[in-house]
Structures are given as C-alpha cells and as structure tokens.
Design a protein around this ligand. Structure first.
Ligand SMILES: Nc1ncnc2c1ncn2[C@@H]1O[C@H](COP(=O)(O)OP(=O)(O)O)[C@@H](O)[C@H]1O
Ligand SMILES: [Mg+2]
Length: 204
C-alpha cells in the first residue's frame, strides 16, 4: 500500500478539519474529491510531511511516515500546489534548482516533455508564461526531482479546457510510461473519473 491513514485528526483554528479519518491509497492513481473546505488540501500536505497530523497515524509503503526524514521524503513524494509559485528566472533555472536540491541530474528537454511542454520553454522567463504554462512548469519542476509519487492539488482549477486537457494527458502518460504514482485532489468528479483508478470521497 502506498499510503495508509488510520484515525487521522487535524485541528485548525480551534476545530477539527479532519477527524478519525481513515483511508487506503494504493499505488497507481487516486483522486480525492469532496466539497470546498472539507480538508482535501490539508490531507494532501500530510502525505509528504508539510504538516503532521494531531492524532492518528499515516504509513507510507508500510512504514510510519514519522520515520521518514521530511526533506528526504519530499524528494520522493513531490507536491504540486494549487497555485503556481515559480522562482524568478527561466523555466530551466527552476528545473535546475529542483534537480540540484534532490541531487538529480537534469535533462531539461525530457523533463519538459513529460510535463507536456516543448523544449523552447527551457529559456522562457517565468514572468511571461500563461497560468496554464506556469502549471505545467510547476509539474516539470516537481518531475525534475524524479519523484516516485506526485501529489497534485487541483492542478487544473485555474485553467481553460485546452490547458486542462494538456495537463491531464501529461499525467496519464506519467502514470503509464514512467510508473509515477499520483494522488490528485479535484473538486471535479468528471476529472476524478478520468484520472483516478481509485476515487476517495472525503465526507462533508
Ligand atoms: N491554518 C489554518 N487555520 C485555520 N483554518 C484553516 C487553516 N488551514 C485550513 N483551515 C480550514 O480548514 C478547512 C479545510 O481546508 P482545506 O484543507 O484547504 O480544504 P479544501 O482543500 O478541501 O478546500 C477550511 O475550513 C479552512 O478554512
Ligand atoms: Mg484545497
């Protein structure tokens, strides 16, 4: 099992956002769905230890998540946040930074291709990208770390259909060709069905 959550509780602002939450997330692709405010982003951030639960336990590949050193874990389990947040500079400098942090060699062209971007994007300044291009650059930056697991927080929520389709195609290929496991948060049940082998509904 990729992730196993038992009796997980998280308090925010004096109330429980997650309470006694349990779920099994297998290898492959899992879509987490549920209404806004239900705790989807909170849950996703637990999976690479950007936050730890207040109660309960999470296991990753059979070992308690707390046994993994957070920085090492985040190299293997990469999170793409809901809003693009690139560093100033070119797309390639962003990829290079991520690769170096993870101690990986960078093949910029191949990494861009895996995120559905053509090689000319390497030299593009991030301040001149559309939001859809920024989302794919964020995906490419996460892939530059060569993660085994990608956590995606509503990766297409700000995009038009054409840009959404390009991200979805890139994700399907990552899953198929590169055996990257995907845990995707979506508020769109149709997208969850398109991308998830398994759908995890969060109780409202
Ligand atoms: N740091 C925080 N302080 C107070 N409340 C928070 C904090 N982070 C999240 N919340 C609240 O927790 C709930 C779940 O948030 P979130 O996980 O972002 O939901 P979702 O991603 O499903 O929309 C929301 O009601 C949100 O306002
Ligand atoms: Mg959210």
């Amino acid at each position: 099992m990729l992730f196993e959550l038992r009796e997980v509780g998280v308090d925010r602002g004096g109330r429980a956002v997650l309470d006694s939450f349990g779920a099994s997330v297998p290898d492959g692709s899992t879509a987490i769905v549920g209404p806004s405010g239900v705790g989807k982003s909170t849950l996703l951030r637990l999976l690479n230890r950007l936050a730890d639960p207040d109660r309960g336990e999470i296991a990753y590949r059979g070992r308690p998540l707390t046994e993994y050193e957070p920085l090492a874990l985040r190299r293997e389990v990469a999170l793409v946040p809901q809003l693009p947040a690139l560093l100033e500079g070119t797309v390639e400098s962003n990829l290079r930074y991520a690769a170096e942090l993870a101690g990986e060699e960078l093949d910029a062209e191949a990494t861009l291709a895996r995120a559905g971007l053509d090689p000319s994007f390497a030299a593009r300044d991030v301040s001149r990208l559309s939001v859809g291009e920024q989302q794919r650059a964020m995906l490419a930056r996460a892939l530059a770390q060569r993660p085994r697991v990608l956590l995606l927080d509503e990766p297409t929520s700000a995009l038009d259909h054409a840009a959404r389709d390009r991200i979805e195609a890139a994700l399907a290929e990552l899953r198929r060709e590169h055996e990257v496991s995907i845990v995707l948060v979506s508020h769109d049940p149709e997208q969850a069905r398109r991308l998830g082998d398994q759908i995890l509904e969060m109780p409202a």
